[in-house]
Design a protein around this ligand. Sequence first.
Ligand code: ZN
Ligand code: ZN
Ligand code: FE
Length: 759
Amino acid sequence: MRRRRIVVKGVVQGVGFRPFIYKTAVEKGLKGWVNNTSAGVFIEVEGELVKIESFMKNLKSSSLPLLHIESLEWEDMIVKGEEKGFEIVKSEAHDTPLTLISPDVATCPQCAAEITRDWDRRNSYPFTNCTNCGPRFSIIKELPYDRPMTTMSEFKMCPSCQKEYEDPMNRRFHAQPNACPDCGPELWLSDPDGKMIESKDPVNEVVELLKKGKIIAIKGLGGFHLACNGFSEDHINELRSRKNRPFKPFALMMRDVETVKEYCEVQEAEEALLSGPKAPIVLLRPGKKIMPSSIAPGNKRIGVMLPYTPLHHLLFQKGIKVLVMTSANSSGLPMIYKNEDVFKELDGIADFYLFHNRDIHVPVDDSVTVVVENEERIIRRARGYAPLPLDLGWVGDGFAYGPHLKNTFAFSKGGKVFISQHQGDMGNYEHIEHYRKNRNHFKKIFKFDPKFSAADLHPDIPISEMARKEDSGLYEIQHHHAHIASCMAENGLRKRDKVIGLAFDGTGYGTDGKMWGGEVLICSYENFDRVGHLNYIALPGGEAAVKEPWRSALSYLRESFTEDIPDELIEVDPMKKKVVLQMLKTGLNSPKTSSMGRFFDGISALLGIKYTSTYEGEPAIALESVAIPVDGEYSFELVLTEGKWVIDTKNTVREIVKDIKNKKNIGEIAGKFHNTVISFSLKLCIMFREKRDINKVALSGGVFQNEYLLEGLCRKLLEKGFEVYTHKKVPCNDGGISLGQLAVAGARKEIEDVCSSTS
Ligand code: ZN
Ligand code: ZN
Ligand code: FE
């Protein structure tokens, strides 16, 4: 006889682990108990040693889909011999919570089947869930994860649900959001004046309205969506005009994988993501059947997800095949998730509203991901992914505020980095308020106690201004250093490692006060040396040039042609053009930038592809989508200027102009342009490998969402024997900046601590 105490940590709550432990212990005839605490799952078992060992083996090899064991520790204890059986004891809060919170999980196949069965008591019930699926992170107010600590606390389980909840052999044993039509949340349909529309079947009503071309605000798992018919060009354009969103792609929700395969090419890895428990939006290549072009104009891929709540499943069972499902917000504001906010914010946008009364405590957007060369690369990390942490063993307990655009923040504790769900752009008061709320929630539930903090070096973005007000000992981190450190951290590079970092993005504030974005940095976690960059050009009008990429095109032309600037290639209002040329001449309101993003924008405009940009990256995305893989490239020079190797693009631009004038195919020009970027990147890496004896290359920054560039450059680098590091688990865009800020600040803090303790 033995007694053993076992502590299991990881994603162990709300994943059906306790029922599994119970069943296994009973099977083995072991006595004792299991207890769910905010510090992990605690077990004590008593019985024969072989049985205990086989019990532990079963725990480790459990195939529960959502269980993720981080550690399993045990010690032998004195045999008590007083227990009659095995029991599940009440959860208790604990001082040092290291328990991870499960993200929200897409409806499991069993639950999806139940709602379609006529005789099932959950037939057509839109809030069906079990221990393997349903809401988690978005409804949790506090740990430990138990019903009273969630937004389900106000629903009292009926006797049938209670029975399931208490039956260790039931799939709903301790399923905290367990509910049924008798006792759980409800749906209702409302008109824009807030008047409830009487209906026995609001879902059916919504389906009819969608078929008629109406735009419906639908409350989901992590917030509201705006939905409309995905087949109708007219309805989609109507939604675009009401949302004031002319071109930015809309995500689609399709009935099932078979439907997705009709309209898109679906590889194995993509299918697994679509139908897995995370159920993100997967960017797919179009297939045989054509979808309306207004869904994702100028994009090579379209974003598709599958139904991930019972409500979604019900909508599609009633005859719908494809819906546009876009996050509901009025332009530029955070996603709406509270019933009381929706009428005001969607005034004039939605025709009808489908509500429910299960509150969303934490708003979570849909995640966006893509499979490139058979590997998943996350683009927007939120539902299904956050708040699961990444391991970064060496980093102390800290906090990173994150960037201005595509913000995420990050906390580290016990060597793990908890990156928040996507927070959006921090441009206005509403976003900052929303951010503060989410940050406070993270801090509270995980009991974070950061010993240092980090923010972007930029002197006047609101998020960094807030950071400086709150924290006196703040580490201010250069944006592109953070990009490369993020890539190093996600790939588990060690503390003393050095890489050749290529940070290509829109813009970030540089240590020389200029706007950077086409950077070659020799990086460690704590430091960087800017050894090369794209040539500086003027940005006439600053921010205005981001929205009007033809301004960048003119600037590149002026930079590349000493006389007879071929500005006739830019077909815009002659008066506007004259003003911009004048600005370029005088340098008035024309800050300098080395941004790779603006280089792509400028070439996109020069080729007449995009003169204006309505969302971040639009001109570059359109340029990539027309690019034809060809051989050949344009020439460029690498010039040593003030100790840095500058990529001189004068010849590139001149040769592109020549090709345009010779009426060469635009797609081929775009292809040759991409080859040129690959070529100078490769050349720089080879040069710095020789100079610095570094063989590791890290690629980061939003420009690397460009598949032509990423695949082409990776292939060339690998051919030349480099170790290449890219982003997969964390976005290469600014969504990954918070991780990099934490890594840099953590490394600096450690060095300072060592210095102060030895002096
Ligand atoms: Zn389920
Ligand atoms: Zn019930
Ligand atoms: Fe960036």
